[in-house]
Design a protein around this ligand. Structure first.
Ligand code: DGI
Ligand code: FE
Ligand code: FE
Length: 185
């Protein structure tokens, strides 16, 4: 699918602020793809669609998780986590994207995944460091992303886990599994 067509589909799905965030993720993902010799078109497409389901009603996402037999554990955790796997499903069924590598990058963009591909790392990181983000540690994450993908993903996961723990929020098992994977790699 062409960039403009994909952006138009996503624009219809998202609130203004979320669409602007998406444009930042797209720019950042394209830059990282160039830096790490990852397919530019896949990085662009995955970034455009990464938050496709972000503004869907919670109950619609819950119904899709059950009907499509996604991990039921998801339902015990914050609904913030649902838009990634549900997004991958909707991007396939509604937008007709068939490239499984792109769908994987959408699916894993919030928690990461042990064994994630460079394309997945790039979308995960671009989401974390796009120019609109500002939080403690984002500058360090931006610097690391230019140097080493694995170290940058590990840093982002550590920062997110610490942030969630400080807020007494539960950590989704995949987030820990991905953290351990990169720490031991
Ligand atoms: O969709 P975005 O806001 O662009 O970014 P995202 O898809 O990375 O979602 C970020 C949110 O997800 C943020 O509020 C923290 C939350 N999150 C990430 N990992 C976990 C998590 N929440 C819980 N409860 N557990 C996690 O492991
Ligand atoms: Fe997201
Ligand atoms: Fe995002």
């Amino acid at each position: 699918m062409e960039r403009e067509q994909a952006l138009a589909l996503v624009k219809k799905q998202l609130k203004e602020e979320r669409y602007i965030h998406t444009l930042g993720v797209v720019d950042t993902a394209i830059k990282l793809a160039g830096r790490y010799q990852v397919n530019r078109d896949q990085a662009e497409l995955a970034a455009i669609f990464h938050d496709y389901a972000k503004n869907r009603p919670k109950e619609e996402m819950r119904a899709i998780i059950i009907k499509e037999q996604m991990p039921e554990t998801l339902l015990q955790f914050h609904h913030e986590l649902w838009h990634a796997p549900v997004g991958a499903y909707l991007v396939k069924t509604e937008a007709g994207i068939k490239d499984e590598a792109v769908l994987d990058a959408i699916r894993s963009h919030t928690t990461g995944r042990p064994g994630m591909t460079d394309l997945e790392k790039i979308v995960f990181l671009a989401d974390y460091i796009e120019p609109g983000r500002s939080f403690p540690g984002v500058e360090e994450a931006r610097k690391l992303a230019e140097e080493n993908l694995d170290r940058a993903v590990l840093f982002a996961l550590k920062n997110t886990i610490q942030f969630l723990m400080n807020k007494r929020q539960p950590i989704y098992p995949d987030t820990f599994h991905t953290y351990n994977y990169f720490l031991l790699k």
